[in-house]
Ligand binder design. Structure first.
Ligand SMILES: Nc1ncnc2c1ncn2[C@@H]1O[C@H](COP(=O)(O)OP(=O)(O)OP(=O)(O)O)[C@@H](O)[C@H]1O
Length: 586
């Protein structure tokens, strides 16, 4: 099995790339590579694993392993943490120079000492761990603990995060069938959600339960533990250490240089070929996952602004209750698979954080329905009261969710207008015509006529005469290009340099997609009309106040109808002949 990040999803830890409105990229993605020693490029099938633990699993008693981590602390701090009632659930200890040390538990942070961390405290800790590799991580021999360093500008260590590592049998239970399918899996999740733990467990299952020859390429010794003898948590899998993780990642990472080159040239990143991974797993919490069975379809969907189809998997609540009743289990001494530590509060916090932070993480309710999700028909009304339309919808006894009113042309699938009003407004006609949006007119705005109009419109829709906007007709690659161009401009110029950027000219619909992306970064943009129905977007940095912005605010189209009607000079005069519009039967 090969676990790697695909080109289009892999970013350095601090890159943020929201692709959907109201979401921010996860803080980081991690990758680990497993490969079969005899046939490196091929993926190795992962078979269904039984849940029974291997006979010999634990390197040492869990308390002994935890003790090795606590030994990094000065004595008084060690005593305070050891007395904590949730000691066995300890997640990590944070020691930052000049600050009070913290112990992180699922229930929250615990201040270990009122005295700030000194240089001596940090030296005491670092003296007991192995060498820090280029990724700034070190371990403690024959344990799964991981120590990450923060350095100052002169490279001296000024902060440590001491993460407790545990081998947990059953942590990969929810992925059994995927493991069995043998597909390449991409695991995505925010820090500390349990990716490493799952990968370790998959390796153990493969090696011990299925007698596969498994080689773990262990980037920072997180999976097999530090030292030359791997931790028992990987079972009989073998482990290959990586001397320089920089080189390993350069096969898979889009470097900053390359990224800025692309940004400057306004070329784009798109899915050029098949993904390395057939399937992706978003780890929402220790008890909940989202499966993207076709990673390619997910990426295509997100790039084109649609919601991907996902499968949500949760541990059964009964199982959770049993676990909670039994109490959390600290380490690999688990007797059966259901004994996985659960903490409700932690889990809820995980879900909430992720909904805010990740481009792939969609609101739960949206995700769960996404496979049956049917888009509503969006109607732009002109010269007809909204109340009349709503009444008509009621009269037709149709599902209100199936038809929505919009005052944004870029979203509309159809225009319903009073004939006399439309005749007088050539700009609206031209705007709808240029966007290839069908126009329906009624002679009066009475309920009867409006109802008939909507009935006719719906029947055309069902017959396929109205499509979901012409945006659907645009090639996915064009949408992907445009979105990537906007993202690059935002992340490489607008945000870091505080400068406005003009994007390449695009069709109105594509510019609308770019505008949505810009707004998801809480930035503003102006849609500027060019020749023959071509527009381009100018992305403005936050707090960008110039005469140009003020002028553009008053004169350029920002997607709202009124602005458009008053400013779209390019379509002025190209009046559609109203007589050729479909006039609804009275
Ligand atoms: N199923 C589980 N039950 C209980 N504890 C778990 C479970 N999975 C992981 N943990 C614990 O949660 C902590 C974080 O796990 P892990 O290091 O695997 O996360 P990660 O996603 O790989 O983190 P990072 O992104 O920071 O490398 C560890 O202390 C681990 O022991």
């Amino acid at each position: 099995m090969l676990l790697r990040l695909p080109f289009h999803l892999l970013h350095s830890h601090d890159h943020r790339r929201p692709l959907l409105p109201n979401t921010i990229a996860p803080k980081r993605f991690n990758s680990h590579i497993f490969s079969h020693p005899q046939s490196l490029p091929r993926t190795v099938p992962i078979l269904r694993a039984s849940l029974s633990p291997p006979s010999s699993f634990s390197e040492d008693e869990p308390d002994v392993e935890l003790g090795r981590l606590l030994a990094l602390l000065p004595e008084e701090m060690r005593r305070r943490v050891s007395e904590h009632p949730e000691l066995r659930l300890l997640i990590e200890v944070v020691m930052d120079l000049g600050r009070k040390p913290l112990a992180r538990f699922p229930s929250g942070d615990f201040v270990i000492s009122e005295y700030p961390i000194t240089v001596q405290d940090i030296e005491h800790a670092t003296a007991q761990v192995g060498d820090f590799a280029v990724d700034n991580r070190a371990g403690i021999s024959r344990t799964l603990h991981r120590i990450s360093a923060i350095r100052n500008r002169k490279s001296a260590i000024i902060g440590l995060t001491c993460r407790v590592g545990r081998a947990i049998s059953g942590s990969a239970t929810l992925l059994q069938d995927l493991v069995q399918d043998g597909a390449s899996l991409l695991l995505i999740g925010p820090p500390g959600v349990g990716k490493t733990t799952i990968i370790r467990e998959i390796a153990r299952m493969l090696a011990n339960d299925y007698k596969k020859r498994v080689m773990i390429v262990d980037t920072s010794n997180e999976i097999g533990g530090d030292g030359d003898i791997p931790h028992a948590g990987i079972g009989s899998a073998r482990r290959m250490q990586v001397p320089n993780s920089d080189i390993q990642h350069k096969s898979v990472t889009l470097g900053d240089e390359e990224a800025s080159r692309r940004g400057v040239q306004k070329t784009v990143l798109e899915r050029k070929g098949p993904s390395t991974f057939s399937c992706a797993v978003e780890i929402i919490s220790k008890t909940q996952l989202r499966i993207h069975r076709s990673l390619e379809a997910t990426v295509d969907a997100i790039l084109s602004g649609r919601f991907p189809n996902v499968e949500v998997r949760k541990m059964k609540s009964q199982e959770q209750e049993e676990i909670l009743q039994k109490g959390p289990v600290f380490d690999s001494t688990l007797e059966n698979a259901s004994e996985i530590m659960l903490d409700d509060a932690l889990e809820r916090a995980d879900v909430q954080t992720r909904q805010k932070e990740s481009p792939l993480m969609l609101p739960i309710n949206m995700v769960e329905d996404s496979s049956e999700h049917k888009l509503p028909l969006r109607l732009f009304c002109y010269g007809i009261l909204e109340a009349t339309v709503i009444q008509a919808i009621k009269q037709l006894k149709m599902n209100v969710a199936a038809l929505q009113l919009t005052d944004n042309i870029s979203e509309a699938n159809a225009l319903l207008s009073l004939q006399s009003k439309l005749k007088k407004n050539s700009r609206i006609q031209a705007a709808f015509k240029s966007h290839d949006i069908p126009i329906y007119v009624t002679k009066t705005s009475s309920l009867e006529h409006v109802t008939k109009a909507i009935r006719a419109l719906l029947s055309d829709y069902e017959d396929g005469l109205i499509v979901f906007g012409s945006i659907d007709k645009i090639k996915d690659s064009e949408k992907a290009d445009a979105l990537e161009e906007a993202r690059m401009a935002i992340e490489h110029v607008v945000i870091p340099k505080g400068e406005p950027v003009d994007l390449l000219p695009r069709s109105y619909q594509v510019v609308s997609l770019q505008l949505d992306l810009v707004r998801s970064y809480q930035l503003e943009a102006r849609r500027i009309s060019g020749e023959s129905d071509v527009y381009h977007l100018r992305i403005l940095p936050s707090h960008y106040e110039t005469d140009e912005k003020k002028t553009s605010e008053s004169s350029e189209f920002d997607g709202e109808f009124d602005d458009f009607a008053s400013s779209n000079g390019s379509t002025n005069g190209s009046v559609n002949n109203l007589d050729r519009l479909p006039l609804l039967p009275e």
